[in-house]
Unconditional design. Structure first.
Length: 94
């Protein structure tokens, strides 16, 4: 039996911010009040639990590549992506 294909998902999440270097104390409140960075990631859903969502951008027969682990508390939304219509495979030029 062929293993089930992983679901392709779009994950909206809020990334953490950090600042290296020095910042004048008067400017710190402005930086604290600034918005966090919204991010959208697309990948194959390889694990989802109450702690995190893990997606992979790449897959071969034995391995996952370009993994992203997003803590659950940073996730805004998860949406399954589906192809509208399957297109026939095209021959690549040689």
């Amino acid at each position: 039996m062929k293993p089930k294909r992983p679901m392709l998902v779009r994950v909206e999440w809020l990334d953490a911010l950090s600042r290296a270097g020095w910042l004048e104390k008067e400017s710190v409140q402005d930086w604290i009040a600034s918005d966090v960075l919204p991010v959208v990631s697309v990948g194959l859903l390889i694990r989802e639990d109450d702690k995190a969502i893990v997606i992979a951008a790449d897959e071969n027969e034995d391995e996952w590549g370009s993994l992203t682990k997003i803590p659950r508390g940073m996730v805004v939304a998860v949406e399954e992506l589906r192809a509208r219509k399957r297109r026939p495979k095209k021959e690549l030029p040689t």
